[in-house]
Design a protein around this ligand. Structure first.
Ligand SMILES: [Zn+2]
Length: 237
C-alpha cells in the first residue's frame, strides 16, 4: 500500500468519525438554539408586561387607526418580535456551522482542499468521490445516479408531506385563533377599550408553514451536485 492509499483509507475513518461528531454537535446546537428562542420570547413577554404602562400611547395610536391598518400593524409587530427573538439563535447556529467546517478531517487527502461545507460533505458521503479533484476517497452510500434519484425522490416526498401537514395544522389552528380573537374582543370591551386590528390574530399561525416551505426550497440542491459529479466521473472513464 503506497502512501496515498494509506492517506485515503485514513481519510475514510477520520471522515466518518468527524461526520458523526459534527452531526451530534449540530443536533445539540439546534436544540440549544430552540431553547434560546423560547427564552428570548419569554424575556420579551416579561419586558412587555413590566413596561405595560409605557404602551398606553401606542395603544391609543393603534385605536385611532382603521381596523385594517391596526391589523397589519399587529402582524408586522408580531413578525418583528419573532425575528428579534430568533436573531441570537440564528447567529449562534451560524457560528456553530462555521466551527464545524474547521474540523481538519474534512480535507481531501488528494488535493488538500477542504470539503467541510455541508453540501460537499454530503456529496463525499454519497458518492465516495472528492467533489473538487474527483478522486475516489471511499465507498459511497450510492453507487449510481439512479440510486441517488430514487433516494432524493423519497426525501422530497417526505418534505412535501411535512409542509402539507404543517398547513393542515395551521388551518386547524385558525379556529383556535378565532376563539382567541373573540375572547380578546370581549375582554377589551369589558375593559371599556376598543383595541382594533384583532382580526390579525388568527393569521399569526401562518408563519410556521411559510417558514417550513422556505426551508424545503433551500434544501435538496446537493442531490443535483451529487448527480452531476456522478455524470462527470462516468464521462471520465
Ligand atoms: Zn480532492
Amino acid at each position: 500500500m503506497n502512501n496515498e492509499e494509506n492517506l485515503v483509507s485514513d481519510f475514510r475513518l477520520r471522515f466518518e468519525a468527524a461526520e458523526k461528531k459534527a452531526g451530534m454537535r449540530m443536533v445539540f446546537s439546534t436544540l440549544f438554539a430552540f431553547a434560546l428562542f423560547d427564552l428570548n420570547l419569554f424575556l420579551l413577554y416579561l419586558l412587555l408586561v413590566r413596561y405595560e404602562t409605557m404602551l398606553a400611547p401606542i395603544r391609543a395610536f393603534v385605536s385611532s387607526q382603521t381596523d385594517f391598518v391596526a391589523g397589519i400593524g399587529c402582524l408586522l409587530l408580531s413578525c418583528s418580535v419573532f425575528l428579534l427573538a430568533s436573531l441570537i439563535p440564528i447567529l449562534f447556529l451560524r457560528d456553530q456551522i462555521k466551527r464545524a467546517r474547521q474540523i481538519p478531517p474534512f480535507k481531501c487527502p488528494h488535493c488538500q482542499n477542504s470539503v467541510a461545507k455541508e453540501k460537499q460533505r454530503n456529496v463525499v458521503q454519497w458518492t465516495g468521490y472528492c467533489p473538487l479533484c474527483k478522486v475516489k476517497l471511499m465507498e459511497g452510500k450510492f453507487a449510481s445516479t439512479a440510486e441517488v434519484k430514487e433516494h432524493s425522490e423519497k426525501i422530497w416526498k417526505t418534505e412535501k408531506r411535512v409542509v402539507r401537514f404543517s398547513w393542515i395544522a395551521t388551518l386547524a389552528g385558525i379556529p383556535i385563533g378565532i376563539a382567541i380573537y373573540l375572547w380578546s374582543l370581549s375582554t377589551a370591551e369589558a375593559a371599556g377599550g376598543t383595541v382594533r386590528g384583532h382580526w390579525a390574530i388568527p393569521f399569526l399561525t401562518l408563519v410556521i408553514p411559510v417558514m417550513l416551505w422556505g426551508i424545503s426550497k433551500f434544501s435538496g440542491n446537493e442531490y443535483n451536485a451529487t448527480i452531476q459529479l456522478f455524470h462527470e466521473i462516468e464521462n471520465q472513464t
